[in-house]
Write a new protein. Structure first.
Length: 100
């Protein structure tokens, strides 16, 4: 809602506001504490054959900041490899959080 509110308030001043909703992004910090089975669970939930990297997110942000995206405002870009496109279940992840 904040993205849409800012886009609405400032669009006529040529200020665009978009958000990037990233899923699990493969960073060194993430790789240092996420158990391999949980990582695999997230990989299996994506529609693409990979999880995102910081560089993938940076490319999206670069596009949004460019004039190529001048017609986009008030949008939330799901950078999740298609995970939210098919409503995956995370019931299997409960074992990692002690909720079995």
């Amino acid at each position: 809602m904040l993205t849409q509110s800012v886009a609405t308030a400032f669009g006529r001043k040529n200020i665009r506001c978009n958000a990037v909703a990233a899923s699990m992004v493969l960073t060194p910090l993430l790789m240092s504490f996420i158990p391999e089975p949980l990582l695999k669970l997230n990989e299996d939930a994506t529609l693409t054959p990979l999880l995102g990297t910081p560089e993938d997110i940076a490319r999206i942000v670069t596009f949004l900041a460019s004039d190529d995206a001048r017609c986009l405002t008030g949008q939330i870009i799901q950078a999740d490899g298609g995970t939210t496109a098919h409503l995956p279940t995370y019931a299997a992840a409960r074992e990692f959080f002690g909720d079995t």
